[in-house]
Each structure stands twice: as C-alpha cells, then as structure tokens.
Design a protein around this ligand. Structure first.
Ligand code: SF4
Length: 369
C-alpha cells in the first residue's frame, strides 16, 4: 500500500514574547503543572542526510524544499549565550539534535563552547547528542575531545534491506554500526540506541536488534511511532504498543522493570534477568509521560518550543539580535516557561478531535526529537 504523505503547511507560528518584567520571582521557574526546567534540546540544523518516512518523508522534503538559510541559523556564540542563560535557570542537560546535528559544520566547536559552561550549582552540564550515526565514525573522537559525554544513535533495523528502506536514502546499516563502535572506542557513553517501531514495517526487527545489543552495555530503546509534525501520515494502527514490545522480548529473554534513573526520564527501563543489560521503551502514545516533562526545545533559528507537538514557538533570536541584555532574555525564558501547560500526549485523542489545532504541529526535523 503506497505511503500516505500529507503536504507540508508551514506551521512555524510565532507567539508574542512576554513583556519585560513579566517573570514571577524565584531562581528557577516551574511551569503551571509544577514541572521544573531541566533539559534543553538544541536543534543545530534543520537538514538531514536521511529521509526517514516517520520524520522527513522524501515526498515532502525533496529538492524543492526550502531549508533554512545559514544566516537564519543561530551562530555557535548565540546558542552558547542562550544555553548559559538556560543553565542559570536550572537546566542541567543539553542535548544537541537536528535534523542530523553532525551535518552542522564544526559542531564539535560548539560542543567545546557548551562544555565550558556551568549549571546553577557550578557543575559541568550533561552534554549529549542524538544522531543517525552516519557521520559518527568520522566525528566521535573529536566530539569526545571537545567535551561530549554521551551519544544516542537512531537505528531502526539490523537487516540492511529494511534499514535502507526506512532511511530512504539507501544508507547501509554497517556504517551506522561502525559509528557506534567508534563512539565506544572514543569513550563516549553510556551509548543509547533508539529504534522507532512501526507496526508492519520493522517490528520484526525488535528481537534481532535486542539480540545484537544484549551484553554490550549499550541501552536499546524502542520508541512508539508518534504523530509528530504534519507530514508522516501517522495512523494509530501502525503503532505497536510498548506493552507488546515487552511481551515479545519476554518470550526470548525474561525482563524485570527498573526505577527511572532521573525525574522526567522519557524511557521506562527494563533489565534482562540473566544480566544481559538494559533496554527501554518510550511510549508517548500508549503511556504518556507528560506529568514530569521538564524539556524545552530550541529550534535551529532560535525559537523556543515547550512541547514536541507544539504548533507555535517564541522567537528568542529577536531578543538576541535586537540588543536585549541577559536579564531581559532570562526573564523572557522564565516567564514563557512559567505559563507552560503543555501535555499533548495526554490530550492526544481530545486534540485529534479538535482538527483545527491537531493538524498544525511543528516538524520534528526542525526542533529535534
Ligand atoms: S507530549 Fe509534550 S509535554 Fe508531553 S512529554 Fe512530550 S514534549 Fe513533554
């Protein structure tokens, strides 16, 4: 059956920035649901060299697609300044994303600039990066030397033919596996591998991937296929619930649940009873985790989004390039966070009924997963 692809509407609406002084007092703000700001995902490019159908279907993101011009992107200095202000507001973890972040020229220089920053209690931030692994073999050492601590690699299949079909650019699985080996050799870790599970497309790869990473110390996570953006033709019957993933794995290797490693963690953790290591499931569709979501997202051109499924963001670049001082920018970020009440995954069904809002979600390649 042909893939359904919905034509792209530019959903990058901008919300008005809060007025100066709008911030409620207090060092680190909590949002309306009491969630602290702890995790900042920074998209450093809206481009990618893959065309995974659940994120950037080739039919939409083709040669005619207008990616952001370089001048529109935040410079490394602007990203670092914003990251410093977010850290002062309580952020502890910085995740570099994209598109494919390793496509951004000299991204290791940005890693070095971020590694020199400190959290509100004087500690180095936890810096990680999500990549499709295609350039990791070449970049792993330089990223580590620059101060990157960990890396998460997306890998949707072990079978080369299935993998090539899913990335839709005929990219071989062996090169991604080589990238993972290079990351480990460079001392990046713990390494996590994310598989997006799409029923009827790659769910038969769940056990082979699990077998491949068992006993390696690499944590494999299974992500439910999500209705991110507005172009991937998402359907509920293509979602394989995480409960089914666990059932399938239990049949081959018994598992036991583990406690969350940190508040706001997206994955439910499980361990193999025979000591074969850990896996995780990320169940945004069947077991939403919005109640302690402490993540903010910075788009490639400096817009602040408060949810992966948001339909509009706040233009912080306007403040950066408009001469605003640090206090004004920090106040704006805090005031924006304080009025946040996003919990899309908990409201998915109700919002799907509200077709007006549901259809205009921002694209994942633009704000990072
Ligand atoms: S749906 Fe939005 S609020 Fe819920 S966990 Fe995801 S990013 Fe957070």
């Amino acid at each position: 059956m042909a893939e359904r692809v919905i034509p792209l509407v530019d959903a990058r609406a901008v919300r008005p920035l809060p007025a100066a002084g709008a911030r409620a007092s207090g060092p680190t703000p909590a949002d309306r649901l009491g969630r602290p700001l702890r995790d900042l995902r920074i998209s450093v490019t809206d481009r990618c060299n893959f065309r995974c159908s659940y994120c950037m279907p080739k039919e939409v993101f083709d040669k005619r697609y207008a990616f952001l011009p370089h001048a529109a992107l935040l410079s490394f200095e602007e990203v670092t300044r914003l990251a410093r202000l977010f850290l002062q507001l309580g952020v502890r973890k910085l995740r570099l994303t994209g598109g494919e972040p390793l496509l951004r020229k000299d991204v290791e220089r940005l890693v070095g600039m971020l590694a020199a920053l400190r959290t509100v209690d004087g500690k180095p931030p936890d810096i990680t990066l999500t990549t499709n692994g295609s350039l990791l073999a070449r970049k792993a050492r330089a990223l580590k030397d620059a101060g990157l601590q960990r890396v998460t690699v997306s890998l949707d299949a072990l079978d080369d033919a299935v993998f090539r079909r899913m990335n839709d650019v005929d990219f071989p699985v062996a090169d991604v596996l080589q990238g993972i080996d290079a990351a480990r050799a460079a001392g990046l870790g713990p390494i996590k591998v994310n598989m997006v599970v799409k029923r009827g497309t790659n769910d038969h790869e769940i056990v082979p991937l699990a077998e491949h990473f068992r006993g390696t110390g690499i944590v494999l996570r299974f992500i439910e296929f999500m209705d991110v953006g507005a172009t991937n033709g998402w359907r509920m019957d293509e979602v394989l619930p995480s409960a089914t993933v666990i059932e399938r794995l239990q049949q081959v290797h018994p598992l036991a649940p583990l406690e969350a490693a940190a508040p706001g963690e997206t994955a439910e953790r499980w361990r193999y009873l025979d000591g074969g290591g850990e896996i995780g499931v990320i169940s945004s569709v069947t077991r939403p985790f919005c109640r302690d979501c402490n993540r903010a997202r910075l788009s490639t051109e400096g817009r602040l989004y408060l949810c992966l499924f948001a339909s509009s963001g706040y233009d912080l670049r306007e403040l950066l390039r408009g001469g605003a001082d640090d206090a004004r920018i920090a106040d704006a970020i805090a005031a924006i966070w304080q009025q946040r009440d996003d919990r899309y995954s908990e409201q998915r069904q109700a919002m799907a009924a509200d077709t007006g809002r549901g259809a205009r979600r921002v694209e994942m390649h633009y704000i990072g997963g």
